[in-house]
Design a protein around this ligand. Structure first.
Ligand code: ZN
Length: 611
């Protein structure tokens, strides 16, 4: 066995899947997908082949020959809590493709099934979130970003629903008897009231970028290659279309900076509020939390981040989760370059300041486990969802910014374009990046301690706090809070969400409850429509012991399942003794059904750590 990835059973001595032809029958009543997959390998193989699965029931494995021959298979009896269960197939000589039928579990970690009362459209809804290692809970696969696949996908759904996927939409049509490939009975597949939505992904992607959703979904065109999708009807779509009106221009900015946009379309899907992330960079169709629609076009920043992934992350992908910074550090850098062009230098500097503050907070979070302050941490035996943090984003950003300062922006821009052109549609590791850097920027290793940046813990001494007038002003106002000074109406007159977020996050940690309530009485932060502001404020209020905000905290935890908000709120409550901890446990027990399985797992692990 030659493992290629600490988070996959994929054996490096064997060929990997290069194409998957998938037929999915979506059973909303049972929260289950009945499925078939025809998997094609990169080269012929005989004997054992290992695939990743989690909580999938495999019904059959056969050769792709006509007539098909059964293939021996076995699923590991007791699943590994992080990796799931290896599916071992014993392939006949020179097998290049084989056929599986299987069903997902109602608890599949990638999927959230919402009942009509839980959705804005009063229709059932399902969506997937496969990063980091959840694709295996939808279909057996080599679930490592090292193994890129192309795929075709048939989604059989009730005809009152629409389906979308991170792939080219081929069409919507009646189900054909030839479609189901054993996913379910032909009578079920072709039953009246069902339609098939067909998709094709011709560009090879890592399995974590496999994505689809189905529900009462409508859409609005934004530009020639951009469209926004959402459930919830005209009002939501109009709001979303307004918020994201600038997206087409942003794609052009991205192309100027990083080279051609290779994915043809850049569509956006606004998900129900339980979506666990801010955004997920699924190619051709970014998935977004509805909290980015704030009514002031500031949601553009999350979109800038997901758009930037079209080059860094989706074109060039980290080989394993240990190299995650290659995805997120590069994308954070690229996002800020896009923001700088679209919204100006000051806005980019604010964004960097919030990131700098976040990076420093992570040093505190991981002070007993500094491994996770490394750019390239050791991840064997670690669940990536448990240690997900801003470190790969912000330390990665700082590393690239440091290189930019060393060689100057024009040279760094050339370097990035060359890097993207060189490695596009490949999955690479940190060492490959460093070799490319040293080859293209001769002597860089004598000017920057590359080893310290990549392997060292903590924040290197040559990292830099952003330097801008507005950033400094906000930090100094925050420092004055300790002595009882609130910012004046004039000082905050043109602040929007990010200014407040930066201010709140820079406040001293040991403030008085009375000061916190005074701040809120004046500026109504606990009622902000911007969840970044609201959550930063509520976190402060919990730490200061303001029990009067418990209601607001509860509402917030029950309305939005984005992990960026669940993590700090549950952690702040659970860290306290007595009443707050009990409150956290009660809210979780009442809200957990509303959370996506990934978010539920993360909240659970926070509560158990502090129990
Ligand atoms: Zn990202």
């Amino acid at each position: 066995m030659a493992p290629v990835d600490p988070h996959s059973y994929t054996d490096g001595a064997h060929p990997v899947t290069k194409h998957a032809a998938l037929s999915f029958y979506l059973d909303f009543t049972a929260s289950t997908i009945h499925a078939s997959a025809l998997l094609t390998l990169s080269e012929p193989h005989s004997g054992d082949l290992l695939l990743d699965t989690r909580a999938v029931s495999v019904h059959s494995a056969t050769t792709a020959a006509d007539p098909p021959e059964p293939i021996l298979f076995s699923l590991a009896a007791s699943p590994d809590p992080i990796l799931g269960s290896a599916l071992t197939l014993t392939l006949p000589p020179d097998t290049t493709s084989f056929h599986l039928t299987f069903s997902t579990s109602p608890d599949a970690s990638a999927l959230q099934w919402l009942a009509p009362p839980q959705t804005a459209s009063a229709q059932p809804f399902v969506f997937s979130q496969c990063q980091s290692i959840h694709a295996r809970s939808i279909f057996p696969c080599h679930d490592t970003p090292a193994a890129r696949i192309t795929f075709s996908l048939l989604l059989n759904v009730p005809s009152q629903l629409s389906a979308v996927a991170a792939a080219r939409h081929v069409g919507r049509r009646d189900p054909l008897p030839s479609d189901h490939c054993g996913a379910c009975d032909e009578a079920l597949w072709c039953a009246p009231g069902r339609v098939v939505e067909e998709f094709e992904m011709e560009q090879p992607v890592p399995p974590y970028l496999f994505a689809f959703a189905a529900g009462g979904i409508g859409s609005r065109d934004l530009g020639p290659r951009t469209r926004v999708y959402a459930e919830g009807g005209d009002k939501v779509l109009d709001e979303a279309a307004r918020e994201f009106a600038g997206v087409e221009d942003m794609v052009k900015v991205g192309e100027d900076l990083f080279g051609p946009y290779e994915w043809e379309r850049f569509d956006l899907l606004v998900l129900p509020p339980s979506f666990p992330y801010g955004g997920m960079e699924n190619p051709r169709m970014v998935f977004l939390t509805p909290t980015v629609i704030k009514g002031d076009a500031s949601g553009a920043q999350v979109v800038a981040h997901e758009l930037a992934h079209s080059w860094t992350g989706n074109l060039i992908t980290n080989k394993t989760n240990e190299d995650f910074w290659l995805n997120e550090g590069f994308t954070t850098y690229a996002e800020r370059r896009i923001v700088e062009v679209v919204q100006g230098e000051e806005r980019a500097a604010l964004n960097m300041g919030i990131g700098w503050r976040g990076l420093n907070q992570m040093m505190e979070r991981f002070k007993d486990n500094m491994e996770f302050t490394k750019l390239k941490p050791k991840m064997a035996g670690i669940d990536p969802d448990d240690v997900y943090s801003e470190v790969p984003y912000e330390k990665g950003f700082q590393f690239l910014w440091r290189i930019e300062r060393q060689i100057g922006r024009p040279a760094f821009d050339e370097f990035i374009k060359k890097y993207i052109a060189m490695f596009k549609f490949q999955s690479i590791d940190t060492e490959t990046f460093l070799e490319f850097l040293k080859a293209n920027v001769p002597g860089i290793e004598n000017q920057i301690d590359l080893h310290l940046w990549v392997e060292g813990t903590g924040i290197p001494p040559d990292a830099m706090e952003p330097d801008s007038a507005i950033y400094k002003k906000i930090c100094s106002l925050a420092a004055e809070f300790k002595s009882g000074k609130l910012p004046s109406e004039d000082e905050v007159a043109d602040w929007n969400g990010q200014e407040w977020e930066l201010y709140l996050e820079n406040l001293p940690t040991d403030v008085e409850a009375s000061q916190v309530t005074a701040l809120d009485e004046r500026y109504k932060l606990s009622e902000s429509r911007d969840y970044e502001v609201k959550v930063a404020f509520l976190q402060l209020a919990i730490s200061a012991g303001c029990k009067c905000y418990f209601n607001e905290v509860e509402k917030c935890l029950k309305q939005v399942g984005r992990m960026k908000y669940l993590r700090p709120l549950y952690s702040s409550l659970a860290k306290c003794s007595g009443e707050e901890k009990m409150l956290a446990q009660r809210i979780f027990s009442e809200a957990q059904e509303f959370y996506h399985p990934i978010a539920r797992g993360v909240a659970e692990s926070i509560l158990s750590k502090h129990s």
